[in-house]
Structure formats: C-alpha cells, structure tokens
Design a protein around this ligand. Structure first.
Ligand SMILES: [Zn+2]
Length: 435
C-alpha cells in the first residue's frame, strides 16, 4: 500500500501569509514522533522542519507535504527523518542538518527499509529515493548562520543525542526557536541544551506533566542491579536504542564498573563508529573512544555465541521488537540467574511492554513465557516537566507552541503559563498564524 501519490492535495493553505509566521503541522502535533511542520512568512520563504514516521505496525506517516525546497532535520531518530527520502524523491528537497545527522541517516533509512520489507509494510519511498536523499544533505556547524530565502538560520545543541539541534530562525519580522527533541540535563554523551531568546518558541512536550528521577540516582540504581545479577552468576541483557541509549549505557558501566565484561551488539555499533568520526558533537569524545576499546564489539556469529558468557550484553532493539536482543533473550531465558534490564519507555504494543505486562513476548513468531527478572529504568534523553518550564521562561518568548506530546502532557505545560507566553496546542493538520 503506497499512501502518497503525486498530485494529491495536502491540505496546506493556498493563501499568502500577510504578517508574522504561519505554522502548519503535517504530523507530530498531538502525538510523540511522526514530526513534520511547515513554516512560511510573507516573503514566501517556506521551510519544512523534520519529516518522520512513527515505527508502529503499520507505520504512521505525517500528512503529505506540498512542494518544498528546504527541509531542516533536527536529528537522526526515525520519527524525525523517516520520510525524508520521499521529500527528496518527490520534491527534490535539500536536507539541512549537522554532519553527524547526515552521516548516520544512511544507517537509519536502510534499517527502516529492511524492517518494512520484513514486516510487509511497503514504504512510500524506495531505494532510489534513499540514494537521492544521501546526496541531498547540506550540513552546517552548530552556531554557524546560514540563509534560506529571506531567513537567517542557526543551529544550537539540543542535548537529546549527539548531533541533535534546535533551530533558531530570524525572519524579517521575528525570531523563532524550534526545540526539536531536547534535554536540558547533561547526559553521558552530550551536554544539555541552553535557552535562546526568541519571540516564538516551538517546544517538544513529550514529558509535560511528568518528572524524571534524578539521573545520577537512576544510573546508580541501574549499576547496582547489574552488579547484583553478575554476582549471582547471571548475564544481564540490556536492550537499548541504537542511537543514544546504547552508548549512554556503555559510558555509565565503564565509569562505574570497568571490571565487567561488557559486549556490544547491533546497529548501535555502526552508529558509534560515526560518532567517533564526528567528535565535535560528543561530550568528552576521548572517553567514548576508551569505552569503544573497552567494550567487546560483536561482529560475527561466533562473537555472538561468545557474548552469551559475558557479564552484560548491550544491544538493540530497545523495545524488544527484534534485533539481536531477541536472539540473546531466546538463549538466556533458560537460566533464572539472568536478567533483563530495560532502559526506558516501552511503547504500547512493543515486545518490552508485553514482557512487563504479561511476562511473555513473541520470539521468532511464538509467544514465549519469560521467567527472568525484568527491571525497568528511566534513563530518558528528553527534558522532564520542570526543566521544560524553566527552559520556556529563560527563552522569554511571546508565544509557546507545544507539539510532540499527548494532550495531557501539553495541557500540563500550558497550565503553567496563564499570562505570558501564550500557549498553542496544535493538532495534526492545524495551521497557526503568529505575530
Ligand atoms: Zn528523538
């Protein structure tokens, strides 16, 4: 099923913008991920920010984008870049991003393509679009001004994952800051985002209304579980996202328990190689290199068998929806000394969610009971509620546009601002005109 066909209407307003800026949400308004938002002003300058897909079964796509020349990609997570090959294939768009985002996009797109073939959900783009997208990048350094039409744009570090950026846009009338996915706290691999003064702040609201446990305390709880499982003779399986969480876990373990025998498998290993080639986006890159040399990288079937005798195996997928994690789990499930430590949110419908909920999950097509310790940790790379609120105050905007969050999350943030800034909670397909 191909969802997008040329010539279809997009629902994008046809009239010209009179003043201020127009925002039109194709996706990622009242939902996490699946982001795509068009910005346009009276000069006719038009930019799309992100064009992702939600990797559900079947995947969800943002609404069809009208003709576009310039797209700014905030970071390489698939819910922000998954549909970029379609934009390039269909509209010949240029993709603006950091060098690291551009470098890892190939791995992300090829993996998405592979998974879609395996699961039988054809994508709206094909391999030719993917190859074209790889040549469509125009990269910019963080802090460097560049021009798109009548606008001046500049990237700022977003925290979240290495290479992730916030976008500052100066139109002839106003200054806008688009947060992308942000974390204000310093993480193991990247420093937190810093506020930027602006008139309009578009803010991701994933964790609105929810606070994270103190990161250092949660990391210590994780390490202490790992040590306990190892001391009882078990192997710890840590399913973790390839882009960010795997590398965070390795750094935490290396700092707190360097004596452990830690194996690293899956797509995260290939991503980390790109991280190492772009040290300008990494906090303390020399430590990451040390960690890389310390961890045992799994690169063959025999390495994988050897990893079964490790203390810890860090691998994808983070929500136990496939990848080497399932292969390991199938081997490790027979010894109750072993444990599975989940490192973050497990979406409804994911293997990890099923495991927490029912104590079983599908292994190679068969529902299988898992009689092992399963403990969940919150090592998120998104800002929690209070951090989001202080970030808004420090940016001093007139308007705050809350996106990338469910209604409860967005309302919780909006409720903090009764006078200024004015909050907007756009739905997908909504158009906002702000001055
Ligand atoms: Zn993200």
């Amino acid at each position: 099923m191909v969802l997008y066909t040329p010539g279809r209407t997009s629902g994008y307003p046809e009239e010209r913008v009179e003043s201020g800026i127009r925002l039109h949400f194709l996706g990622g308004g009242d939902e996490v991920g699946n982001v795509g938002c068009l910005l346009e002003d009276r000069t006719g300058t038009r930019v799309l920010i992100d064009y992702g897909l939600a990797p559900t079964r079947p995947p969800r796509y943002p609404k069809e984008c009208p003709p576009i020349e310039h797209t700014i990609i905030t970071h390489s997570h698939i819910d922000h870049i998954g549909m970029a090959p379609w934009l390039v294939g269909q509209h010949g768009a240029t993709l603006h991003g950091t060098t690291l985002t551009a470098a890892v996009s190939e791995i992300m797109w090829r993996d998405t393509y592979k998974v879609s073939s395996i699961e039988g959900y054809p994508l709206p783009w094909d391999k030719r679009d993917l190859d074209a997208a790889l040549n469509a990048w125009q990269t910019h350094d963080v802090g460097e001004w560049f021009e798109i039409g009548e606008w001046k744009c500049r990237f700022h570090r977003a925290g979240h994952i290495p290479g992730a950026i916030m976008i500052e846009i100066k139109t002839p009338e106003l200054r806008l800051l688009w947060s992308g996915d942000i974390d204000i706290r310093d993480g193991p691999n990247v420093r937190g985002a810093e506020p930027v003064n602006c008139d309009i702040l578009c803010l991701e609201a994933t964790y609105g209304g929810r606070e994270h446990p103190v990161r250092a305390t949660e990391e210590a709880r994780f390490v202490s579980r790992v040590k306990e499982v190892v001391s009882r003779g078990g192997v710890v399986l840590v399913p973790a996202f390839a882009s960010g969480r795997c590398q965070d876990i390795l750094r935490i373990l290396h700092r707190a328990a360097p004596h452990l025998n830690v194996h690293f498998d899956g797509m995260g290993t290939r991503l980390t190689r790109h991280w190492l080639s772009h040290p300008e986006h990494i906090d303390e890159p020399e430590h990451l290199r040390e960690v890389w040399n310390w961890a045992r990288i799994v690169s063959s079937k025999s390495d994988r068998k050897k990893a079964l005798d490790a203390d810890v195996i860090v691998t994808t997928s983070g929500m136990l929806d496939g990848g080497p994690a399932i292969w390991y789990l199938n081997r490790l499930r027979h010894d109750s000394a072993n444990a599975i430590l989940l490192t973050g949110y497990q979406a409804e419908g994911s293997g990890g969610h099923r495991l927490l909920d029912k104590g079983s999950l599908r292994i190679f097509g068969n529902e299988t009971a898992i009689d092992l310790e399963v403990t969940q940790f919150q090592l998120s790379n998104h800002a929690g509620h209070s951090d989001l609120i202080s970030f808004v105050r420090a940016c001093e905007p007139r308007h705050v546009v809350l996106f990338h969050g469910d209604d409860d999350a967005r309302s919780a943030i909006a409720a903090e601002f009764t006078e200024s800034p004015t909050p907007s909670l756009p739905l997908n397909g909504d158009t906002l005109n702000l001055n």
